[in-house]
Design a protein around this ligand. Sequence first.
Ligand code: C5P
Length: 244
Amino acid sequence: MLTKKNAAERIMVALDYPTAQAAERLIEQLQGIPCWMKVGLQLFYAAGPQFVSALKERGYKVFLDVKMHDIPNTVKGGAESVTKLGVDMFNVHAAGGKRMMQAALEGADKGAGGVSGSAKPLVIAVTQLTSTSQTVMNEEIGISGSVERAVIRYAKLAQEAGLHGVVASPHEAVSIKGACGNTFLAITPGIRPEGADIGDQSRVMTPAEAFRQGSDYIVIGRPVTAAPEPRQALESIIESIISV
Ligand code: C5P
């Protein structure tokens, strides 16, 4: 049984907005709820490091969802920079390979402490994007076999590199935990409360079921951001998981 605070601390609200002002409107409505804030490519490219710093000043935990994928030296530099911003979690593509993932950890080590005083963030791998169908993965990307097998292989590679967990569908949480152990984190988007609009997600799960399946954190966007009453929507999600 979770307290309301513990439950809120396991929810990441996806701030998928084009400007800082648009994100601010939501943040004001959610004031006082200790959820994480997830900043993705759209908002980070528009509002940048200042926006992340402002979230940190307000006491939020921040997941910077920028999915780094480049040569190891460049990823190391990127990891150092985002660590200095004080983010609590960021991610890289497992497809960049073990050496690249290790470079992300080295960059995080380098950016932590020192003048910035930043703590070391959790570094998470993106496995196979949930938008990739098996046909696209096999025929366009050139990876054979099932998506599930590719996800598990990437998760194990990320663990070997020393990463802390993966972003994955909640439908894959059980097999990821089976392959990598319980302490390897599963961060799961594709969450929809009972009766919510599915939007462009295909395989969804309710918040309570996602935690029962082993998710450590759930990522929720539109069920909160597009709700007529976002605060009420988030509070009812929190209520639905405190008994899990
Ligand atoms: O609005 P919705 O709840 O579908 O938002 C889900 C969030 O999680 C979005 O920010 C999306 O980019 C992210 N995400 C996802 N599937 C992945 C990885 C990230 O939906 N595999």
